[in-house]
Design a protein around this ligand. Structure first.
Ligand SMILES: *[C@@H]1O[C@H](CO)[C@@H](O)[C@H](O)[C@H]1NC(C)=O
Ligand SMILES: [Cu+2]
Length: 150
């Protein structure tokens, strides 16, 4: 084995495995939005860095059919929750979530008892043909729980 190949092999064995990071902007242009609306190919150990740029939002895992509002703490397994991140004023808070699997996760904001969610504030980790951004958005916008509540 050539020395440089050996050195590279040793380095790979010793360095910790670093996951990929996905950047998501929350509330761009003061909207009820996650930008981008989905990420694909995310696996365990990858991170999502949510940067909150307006209002006061969360990124919280929820259910596909009745997503609004997402429950505090998020829906598991593999669920996550950033907590409320207020960007009113100068701060643009950042919340980093580490994924524990490569599953599909449906994410929404739980501000205002689900009103942001019904307004279309949704995001999908690893969408599928069935659990697509469009299908999830339709469930959010038509959530009967929220309709009853408002
Ligand atoms: C953000 O929203 C939450 C939930 O409505 C609220 O409890 C919290 O006080 C808000 N934070 C700020 C700084 O306004
Ligand atoms: Cu929100």
């Amino acid at each position: 084995m050539h020395f440089s190949t050996l050195a590279a092999t040793v380095a790979v064995a010793i360095l910790p495995v670093l996951g990929a990071n996905f950047d998501v902007i929350v509330g761009q242009n003061n909207g009820f939005t996650f930008t981008p609306t989905s990420i694909s190919g995310a696996v365990a150990g990858d991170t999502i860095t949510f940067t909150f740029v307006s209002r006061n939002h969360t990124a919280t895992t929820t259910t596909f059919v009745n997503p609004c509002p997402p429950p505090a703490g998020g829906v598991g397994p593999g669920g996550f929750e950033t907590g409320f991140q207020n960007a009113v004023g100068a701060d643009q808070p950042v919340s980093v979530v580490t994924l524990s699997d490569a599953d599909t996760h449906l994410v929404s904001c739980r501000q205002a008892a689900g009103a942001h969610c019904v307004a279309g504030m949704i995001f999908v980790v690893n969408p599928t043909e069935e659990m697509s951004v469009d299908a999830f958005l339709e469930h959010a916008e038509n959530d009967p729980v929220q309709t009853d509540r408002v």
